[in-house]
Design a protein around this ligand. Structure first.
Ligand code: DX5
Ligand code: ZN
Length: 215
């Protein structure tokens, strides 16, 4: 069964507590929280106070996806805000190894996200250090975009790399995930699926989560 991490970006921000309770009472595994800075990506979303507010009510791990430049300066702050997984972008880190170490030193699990143009091979020297790799199947910044099919091959390549290196890294995919694309991603080796619009814009988000969980 895949890990399902609904993306709160597509939730109703004016009713965030009830959205969090819905996830608490569903079969979802994590909360995916998208942090954007208007610089690394052309959009702004949650900040630290919102992550803290979600964390207060969330009964499942917070899977925080940082789409920000200079993530190093906020690592401790996100640990304090309640993040369990902290994922930084490969493209935003000059010294990725140091960043990963700092995330772990702060007591969190460390993830690296890859933009659609970044090859999986970029992680070959660091994969054993990573708890999670997030394959972006859209260009980060917005919900509701069209799934980029090349992500499926990237998942397969990443699975191969993880196996070759004897690593235990989880493979997560984010962007345009629904039951159709999700099934292909699972077949290619994905462990965790992020879904925003597909869950929150559906008539019955809890049963949509069940549909993803059943893949
Ligand atoms: C996009 C975010 C995603 C977003 C996915 O930059 O990282 O987590 O919420 O949205 P959907 O599932 O609608 O593509
Ligand atoms: Zn995300």
């Amino acid at each position: 069964m895949p890990i399902i991490s609904p993306s709160l970006l597509a939730s109703d921000f004016a009713n965030l507590q009830s959205e969090v309770e819905m996830i608490n009472n569903s079969n979802a595994d994590w909360f995916h929280v998208d942090v954007m800075d208007g610089s690394f990506v052309p959009n702004i979303s949650f900040g630290l106070p919102s992550v803290k507010a979600v964390s207060k009510h969330a009964k499942k791990p917070l899977d925080v996806h940082l789409m920000i430049v200079n993530p190093d300066q906020y690592i401790q702050a996100f640990a304090d805000a309640g993040a369990e997984y902290l994922t930084v972008h490969y493209e935003a880190c000059n010294h990725l190894h140091r960043t990963i170490q700092a995330i772990k030193d702060a007591g969190m699990k460390a993830g690296v996200a890859l933009n659609p143009h970044t090859p999986v091979s970029a992680l070959s020297e660091i994969i054993s250090e990573l708890d999670l790799v997030l394959i972006m199947s859209v260009n980060p910044g917005f919900g509701g975009q069209t799934f980029i099919k090349a992500a499926i091959e990237k998942v397969a390549a990443l699975k191969k790399l993880i196996t070759e290196k004897g690593a235990s890294t989880l493979i997560e995919v984010d962007g345009g995930v629904n039951t159709q694309t999700g099934a292909q991603l699972i077949a290619a080796g994905a462990d965790a699926l992020v879904a925003g619009s597909f869950v929150f814009k559906s008539d019955n988000p809890k049963s949509t989560i069940d549909d993803l969980k059943a893949l």
